[in-house]
Design a protein around this ligand. Sequence first.
Ligand SMILES: *[C@@H]1O[C@H](CO)[C@@H](O)[C@H](O)[C@H]1NC(C)=O
Ligand SMILES: *[C@@H]1O[C@H](CO)[C@@H](O)[C@H](O)[C@H]1NC(C)=O
Length: 191
Amino acid sequence: MEKQNIIVTSAMIYLLAMAPVYGQYYSETVRPRPRVEKMTRLHFYFHDIISGKNPAAVPIARPNITNAGLFLTLIAMDDPLTVGPELTSTNIGNTQGIYVWTAKDPTMFSAVFYADFAFTSGRFNGSSFGLFSRYPMTEIARASEQVIELAVVGGRGAFRMATGYARTRVTYANAENGDASLEFDVTLYHY
Ligand SMILES: *[C@@H]1O[C@H](CO)[C@@H](O)[C@H](O)[C@H]1NC(C)=O
Ligand SMILES: *[C@@H]1O[C@H](CO)[C@@H](O)[C@H](O)[C@H]1NC(C)=O
């Protein structure tokens, strides 16, 4: 019992030591120096690998309703990014995150992506951008251009506070096992 008390007391002392010295949670509001925005374009391929013994994207939850199809299936991914269209081409990073199939209409495929695209080589090694966007697959497949635009909502490292957009195009799709590859053309505005 005494030993426990000592642990609790030392934890409390530690927490007190961590407390801010001034009794408020905000700084003075200042006008930052004007920053000059930069623009970087990225081009790579994303591979969503669902099939096989070592998948990179796995369904982690689905509703317990019949005839739901893909509706509301939640998929977690750690998908590879490559320079070329082939999965075997040079790996430059990965996409970690989730996407959820969301279209209630069973004839429409639509998902929402919440993902972080990180680079592990080249000038942007260690940097990533965050994507949060709707992927209205069926709607776009019916259009002539077949490009789906996704919103970039932030970033880390060199891409800190990035905004921008990604234009994506399916370059490979296997209807049997669900595997797909997408070409990404990304325009990032950052500082
Ligand atoms: C799924 O729904 C059925 C019918 O409502 C129910 O009997 C079953 O226990 C549910 N399964 C799970 C895993 O919740
Ligand atoms: C990327 O950065 C990591 C961490 O700094 C480093 O270990 C790795 O060698 C770098 N990779 C390349 C290909 O530059």
